[in-house]
Write a protein that binds this ligand. Structure first.
Ligand SMILES: [Fe+2]
Ligand SMILES: [Fe+2]
Length: 201
Protein backbone atom coordinates (compact mmCIF):
# COMPACT_ATOMS: atom_id res chain seq x y z
CA UNK A 1 0.00 0.00 0.00
CA UNK A 2 1.43 3.33 -1.04
CA UNK A 3 -0.83 5.59 0.97
CA UNK A 4 -1.53 6.24 4.64
CA UNK A 5 -4.98 5.85 6.16
CA UNK A 6 -5.10 9.66 6.63
CA UNK A 7 -4.51 10.25 2.92
CA UNK A 8 -7.16 7.68 1.97
CA UNK A 9 -9.67 9.12 4.46
CA UNK A 10 -9.10 12.58 2.93
CA UNK A 11 -9.63 11.18 -0.57
CA UNK A 12 -12.81 9.36 0.47
CA UNK A 13 -14.16 12.50 2.15
CA UNK A 14 -13.78 14.36 -1.14
CA UNK A 15 -15.02 11.59 -3.42
CA UNK A 16 -17.90 10.00 -1.50
CA UNK A 17 -21.11 11.53 -0.22
CA UNK A 18 -21.42 12.13 3.53
CA UNK A 19 -23.36 8.98 4.34
CA UNK A 20 -21.10 6.74 2.23
CA UNK A 21 -18.05 8.31 3.88
CA UNK A 22 -19.46 7.56 7.35
CA UNK A 23 -20.35 4.04 6.22
CA UNK A 24 -16.75 3.52 5.03
CA UNK A 25 -15.36 4.56 8.41
CA UNK A 26 -17.91 2.29 10.14
CA UNK A 27 -16.97 -0.65 7.92
CA UNK A 28 -13.28 -0.10 8.63
CA UNK A 29 -13.89 -0.03 12.40
CA UNK A 30 -16.09 -3.11 12.30
CA UNK A 31 -13.68 -5.02 10.03
CA UNK A 32 -10.85 -4.25 12.44
CA UNK A 33 -12.86 -5.68 15.38
CA UNK A 34 -13.84 -8.80 13.44
CA UNK A 35 -10.23 -9.34 12.32
CA UNK A 36 -9.05 -9.13 15.92
CA UNK A 37 -11.56 -11.77 16.99
CA UNK A 38 -10.56 -14.10 14.17
CA UNK A 39 -6.83 -13.55 14.56
CA UNK A 40 -6.51 -11.83 11.16
CA UNK A 41 -4.49 -8.75 10.19
CA UNK A 42 -6.30 -5.84 11.89
CA UNK A 43 -4.58 -3.02 10.00
CA UNK A 44 -5.23 -4.67 6.67
CA UNK A 45 -8.88 -5.27 7.57
CA UNK A 46 -9.29 -1.61 8.61
CA UNK A 47 -7.79 -0.47 5.30
CA UNK A 48 -9.91 -2.85 3.20
CA UNK A 49 -13.05 -1.73 5.05
CA UNK A 50 -12.10 1.90 4.49
CA UNK A 51 -11.78 1.57 0.72
CA UNK A 52 -14.36 -1.15 -0.04
CA UNK A 53 -16.82 1.43 -1.46
CA UNK A 54 -14.22 3.76 -3.01
CA UNK A 55 -15.92 3.58 -6.42
CA UNK A 56 -19.46 4.01 -5.08
CA UNK A 57 -19.83 7.64 -6.11
CA UNK A 58 -18.07 7.54 -9.48
CA UNK A 59 -20.16 8.81 -12.40
CA UNK A 60 -22.11 5.99 -14.04
CA UNK A 61 -20.34 6.40 -17.40
CA UNK A 62 -16.92 6.17 -15.74
CA UNK A 63 -17.95 3.01 -13.87
CA UNK A 64 -19.25 1.37 -17.04
CA UNK A 65 -16.04 2.29 -18.87
CA UNK A 66 -14.00 0.53 -16.15
CA UNK A 67 -16.27 -2.52 -16.33
CA UNK A 68 -15.54 -2.95 -20.04
CA UNK A 69 -12.24 -4.52 -19.01
CA UNK A 70 -13.58 -6.65 -16.15
CA UNK A 71 -14.92 -10.17 -16.25
CA UNK A 72 -18.34 -10.03 -14.59
CA UNK A 73 -20.40 -12.93 -13.28
CA UNK A 74 -23.80 -13.82 -14.69
CA UNK A 75 -26.39 -11.17 -13.77
CA UNK A 76 -23.86 -8.67 -12.44
CA UNK A 77 -24.03 -6.21 -15.33
CA UNK A 78 -27.83 -6.12 -15.02
CA UNK A 79 -27.58 -5.03 -11.38
CA UNK A 80 -26.06 -1.52 -11.21
CA UNK A 81 -25.90 -1.64 -7.39
CA UNK A 82 -23.08 -4.17 -7.65
CA UNK A 83 -20.96 -2.27 -10.19
CA UNK A 84 -18.94 -0.33 -7.64
CA UNK A 85 -17.35 -3.56 -6.39
CA UNK A 86 -15.45 -4.53 -9.55
CA UNK A 87 -14.88 -0.82 -10.30
CA UNK A 88 -13.54 -0.42 -6.75
CA UNK A 89 -10.72 -2.86 -7.50
CA UNK A 90 -9.59 -0.60 -10.34
CA UNK A 91 -9.79 2.53 -8.15
CA UNK A 92 -7.90 0.82 -5.30
CA UNK A 93 -5.13 -0.16 -7.70
CA UNK A 94 -4.92 3.05 -9.67
CA UNK A 95 -5.50 5.66 -6.93
CA UNK A 96 -3.98 3.97 -3.89
CA UNK A 97 -1.53 1.51 -5.44
CA UNK A 98 -3.11 -1.48 -3.69
CA UNK A 99 -1.52 -4.73 -4.82
CA UNK A 100 -2.54 -7.01 -1.94
CA UNK A 101 -4.69 -9.73 -3.51
CA UNK A 102 -6.69 -10.30 -0.34
CA UNK A 103 -7.70 -6.64 -0.10
CA UNK A 104 -8.53 -6.45 -3.82
CA UNK A 105 -10.56 -9.64 -3.67
CA UNK A 106 -12.48 -8.48 -0.60
CA UNK A 107 -13.45 -5.30 -2.49
CA UNK A 108 -14.34 -7.28 -5.60
CA UNK A 109 -16.73 -9.63 -3.79
CA UNK A 110 -18.20 -7.47 -1.01
CA UNK A 111 -21.54 -7.06 -2.82
CA UNK A 112 -22.57 -10.44 -4.18
CA UNK A 113 -19.92 -12.52 -2.46
CA UNK A 114 -18.49 -15.70 -3.93
CA UNK A 115 -18.33 -19.37 -3.15
CA UNK A 116 -15.69 -20.40 -0.63
CA UNK A 117 -14.81 -16.91 0.53
CA UNK A 118 -11.71 -16.64 2.69
CA UNK A 119 -12.16 -15.45 6.29
CA UNK A 120 -10.74 -12.09 5.25
CA UNK A 121 -13.27 -11.71 2.42
CA UNK A 122 -16.04 -12.77 4.81
CA UNK A 123 -15.21 -10.15 7.44
CA UNK A 124 -15.20 -7.31 4.90
CA UNK A 125 -18.49 -8.62 3.47
CA UNK A 126 -20.00 -8.74 6.97
CA UNK A 127 -18.53 -5.48 8.25
CA UNK A 128 -20.18 -3.77 5.28
CA UNK A 129 -23.55 -5.08 6.49
CA UNK A 130 -23.25 -4.63 10.27
CA UNK A 131 -21.18 -1.47 10.80
CA UNK A 132 -22.78 0.73 13.44
CA UNK A 133 -22.42 4.19 11.93
CA UNK A 134 -25.07 3.94 9.21
CA UNK A 135 -26.67 0.49 9.13
CA UNK A 136 -30.08 0.44 10.86
CA UNK A 137 -30.23 -1.51 14.13
CA UNK A 138 -33.10 -3.71 12.94
CA UNK A 139 -31.02 -4.76 9.93
CA UNK A 140 -27.72 -5.42 11.65
CA UNK A 141 -28.84 -6.94 14.97
CA UNK A 142 -30.13 -10.29 13.58
CA UNK A 143 -26.86 -10.67 11.65
CA UNK A 144 -24.81 -9.87 14.76
CA UNK A 145 -26.91 -12.29 16.83
CA UNK A 146 -26.22 -15.06 14.28
CA UNK A 147 -22.52 -14.17 14.33
CA UNK A 148 -22.39 -14.39 18.13
CA UNK A 149 -24.34 -17.63 18.37
CA UNK A 150 -23.30 -19.57 15.26
CA UNK A 151 -20.17 -17.93 13.87
CA UNK A 152 -19.29 -16.20 10.66
CA UNK A 153 -21.07 -18.55 8.22
CA UNK A 154 -24.33 -18.28 10.21
CA UNK A 155 -24.10 -14.50 9.92
CA UNK A 156 -23.47 -14.80 6.16
CA UNK A 157 -26.49 -17.06 5.85
CA UNK A 158 -28.74 -14.37 7.37
CA UNK A 159 -27.35 -11.84 4.86
CA UNK A 160 -28.15 -14.13 1.92
CA UNK A 161 -31.61 -14.90 3.26
CA UNK A 162 -32.29 -11.16 3.57
CA UNK A 163 -31.01 -10.50 0.05
CA UNK A 164 -33.05 -13.29 -1.52
CA UNK A 165 -36.22 -12.34 0.39
CA UNK A 166 -35.83 -8.73 -0.65
CA UNK A 167 -35.27 -9.62 -4.32
CA UNK A 168 -38.30 -11.92 -4.32
CA UNK A 169 -40.47 -9.27 -2.65
CA UNK A 170 -39.51 -6.75 -5.33
CA UNK A 171 -40.03 -9.19 -8.23
CA UNK A 172 -36.35 -8.96 -9.18
CA UNK A 173 -34.22 -11.75 -10.57
CA UNK A 174 -31.72 -13.53 -8.34
CA UNK A 175 -28.31 -14.14 -9.88
CA UNK A 176 -27.18 -17.74 -10.01
CA UNK A 177 -24.14 -17.08 -7.85
CA UNK A 178 -26.33 -15.74 -5.02
CA UNK A 179 -28.40 -18.93 -5.08
CA UNK A 180 -25.26 -21.08 -5.19
CA UNK A 181 -23.78 -19.29 -2.19
CA UNK A 182 -27.04 -19.59 -0.25
CA UNK A 183 -27.19 -23.32 -1.04
CA UNK A 184 -23.61 -23.80 0.03
CA UNK A 185 -24.20 -21.96 3.34
CA UNK A 186 -27.46 -23.74 4.11
CA UNK A 187 -25.87 -27.11 3.37
CA UNK A 188 -23.07 -26.30 5.80
CA UNK A 189 -25.44 -25.09 8.50
CA UNK A 190 -27.15 -27.15 11.16
CA UNK A 191 -30.48 -25.92 9.82
CA UNK A 192 -30.60 -28.30 6.90
CA UNK A 193 -32.78 -31.32 7.51
CA UNK A 194 -30.31 -34.10 6.75
CA UNK A 195 -32.62 -36.91 7.90
CA UNK A 196 -35.57 -37.37 5.58
CA UNK A 197 -38.77 -38.07 7.52
CA UNK A 198 -41.45 -40.24 5.87
CA UNK A 199 -44.68 -38.49 5.00
CA UNK A 200 -47.45 -38.88 7.60
CA UNK A 201 -50.61 -37.82 5.83
FE1 LIG B 1 -20.55 -1.56 -1.47
FE1 LIG C 1 -20.46 -0.69 1.70
Amino acid sequence: MNYTNDYVIGWLKENLNKERFEHSLGTAECAEKLAEQLGLDKEKAYFAGLIHDCAKCLPKEETLKILENVELVSGELENPKTHHAPAGVYVAQSKFGVEDEEILSSIRWHTIGKLNMSDFEKIIFLADKIEERTRPTEYREPIKAALNSGGIDSALLICYKNTIKSLVDRNLTICTLTVDIYNSLINKSALVNKKKEPYRL
